[in-house]
Design a protein around this ligand. Structure first.
Ligand code: EPZ
Length: 460
């Protein structure tokens, strides 16, 4: 019988594809025949936005770290390849990752990996904390915005790092005898999730106490803090606007399980609502979805907590329009904006969606309009007028959450929708079409006319 990760001794060896392998251009499409209800239960995977930062956080520890409930995603593979490129041992067995950063070969993150996934920038804090030096390509912008890292840089400088940005490369180093960062009092101009996480990780091994004011309060920030505390870090206040970290000399092994993905869960709640279905999902943390649940209920969707970590969505009649404004947590999450827009295209009345977090996160509007939606964009507002139905059409995904919006729209549309640009989807959803098929959806991934599997993790 195959040993399971629990009883198998930790044999740390690279088990991820070669870091230099470029993802092949995506010729697959999703074919979706919509306008039919779903039923049954769907299992929610571990949170992508916890997994990526916690994998970087494992660099802080010079012993074995086991991370469980890691989703099989292209982005997780990318982060694994980045750790391998730094000489760190990574071994993946299904949804379980073993990482050992006892020996870090060097401090330079390869451009081709960082340019493909901005979350790679998360390694700068842990590398500075462990080695006192880090050379990370400046992450580029992406479809949804410029995505600057000035708050990360300014916070690290406040902790004593010298940072130069030259020819697209961030050179950071810590001077001084022991090459250790110094605790500092940092105020973030904006409650940036990434900057909060970078600075919290850097502070775990700094000399003295660091306070982060106006910190991000997202559940993934709390998950990272709990992971670091499990390694012996001294962190309090995660999940509030003020986080205090007392530096310690080193961190130790841990075996940690990641929280469920609240955005995947929200996406399935919307899928149930838009198809006027009754489906249940678990595991979920309802408190992580307060704003999403409140808005669904305001539209007339029933959300029933069947058990502490299980939700049931029941949507039968036509839904009422409602206004959405994205905000830092606990406000309505920007990562659910596109999926909600798809739902609002079929509600009764006019809805106004205001995107306040990213400057260019309305690119799904054009594709939803191809399906018959009535949406007008004015700056960072979208005015959505409900229509009686959507029609299947060929559409193109432009970013991760836009691709999810197109999938949920296709589930409700009359006729067939083909969705291109699946590399976006595979970054953030573990086997989405397989999960939807289990709920009765008619959805298939087709490559060169042949139906293929949806195991995105095997695709990078
Ligand atoms: C994280 O991105 C998530 N990604 C995003 O999820 C999520 O949308 C975002 O937080 C907001 O919740 C990961 O965790 C890997 P931010 P992050 O720093 O950290 C500006 C998804 O779909 N800003 O909170 O990059 C920035 O331009 C992805 O799963 C600065 O100006 O988000 C943006 O307008 C998309 N300077 C705003 O803050 C900085 O130094 C929010 O960014 C940093 C950010």
């Amino acid at each position: 019988m195959q040993p399971t990760p629990e009883d198998r001794p930790i044999t740390l060896s690279p088990s991820l594809p070669n870091p230099s392998s470029q993802p092949t251009p995506d010729k697959s499409v999703l074919q979706v025949w919509g306008n039919q209800p779903l039923s049954g239960h769907v299992t929610i995977s571990g949170a992508k936005n916890s997994a990526l930062v916690i994998m970087a956080g494992a660099i802080l520890c010079s012993q074995d770290c086991r991370i469980r409930n890691v989703p099989l995603l292209a982005d997780v593979n990318q982060m694994g390849n980045l750790l391998l490129a730094l000489g760190i041992k990574v071994d993946r067995q299904g949804n379980c990752l073993d990482i050992n950063a006892a020996h870090i070969a060097h401090s330079k993150a390869p451009y081709e990996l960082v340019s493909q996934m901005r979350a790679s920038f998360f390694v700068i804090g842990p590398l500075l904390a462990r080695l006192g030096v880090a050379r990370i390509p400046l992450p580029g912008g992406c479809a949804i915005g410029a995505r600057p890292v000035d708050l990360h840089v300014r916070g690290l400088q406040a902790m004593g790092a010298e940072v130069q940005i030259d020819h697209g490369m961030v050179y950071a180093s810590v001077r001084g005898q022991n090459k250790r960062l110094q605790g500092a009092r940092i105020y973030l101009d904006y409650p940036s999730v990434g900057a909060t996480e970078t600075l919290m990780m850097a502070a775990t091994l700094a000399d003295g106490e660091t306070t982060i004011e106006n910190a991000a309060q997202e559940p993934e920030v709390v998950d990272l803090a709990n992971f670091c505390r499990a390694m012996g870090a001294k962190i309090r206040g995660a999940g509030t606007k003020t986080i205090v970290i007392s530096g310690v000399p080193s961190l130790h092994s841990t075996d940690y399980s990641i929280i469920p993905d609240r955005v995947e869960a929200g996406t399935f709640l919307v899928a149930g609502a838009i198809t006027q279905s009754e489906i249940s999902l678990s595991p979920v943390v309802p408190d992580h979805l307060t704003a999403v649940i409140a808005k669904l209920r305001a539209m007339g969707v029933q959300i029933i907590p069947d058990a502490p970590n299980r939700l049931r969505v029941v949507a039968s009649e036509r839904l009422s329009a409602t206004d959405i404004k994205t905000l830092p947590y606990p406000g309505f999450p920007t990562d659910m904006q596109a999926q909600f827009m798809a739902l609002l295209t079929l509600s009764d009345g006019d809805s106004v969606i205001t995107e306040t977090v990213f400057e260019n996160r309305m690119r799904h509007v054009a594709e939803l309009s191809r399906m018959g939606a009535d949406i007008r964009v004015e700056g960072n507002h979208a005015i959505v007028r409900g229509v009686p139905f959507l029609s299947g059409a060929p559409v193109l995904a432009t970013d991760l959450r836009a691709s999810a919006a197109l999938v949920v729209a296709a589930l409700a549309a009359k006729g067939m929708t083909t969705i291109e640009g699946l590399h976006h989807l595979d970054r953030g959803y573990e086997n989405l079409e397989a999960k939807l098929r289990q709920l009765g959806a008619r959805i298939h991934r087709v490559t060169d006319g042949m139906e293929t599997t949806s195991d995105s993790a095997a695709r990078v």
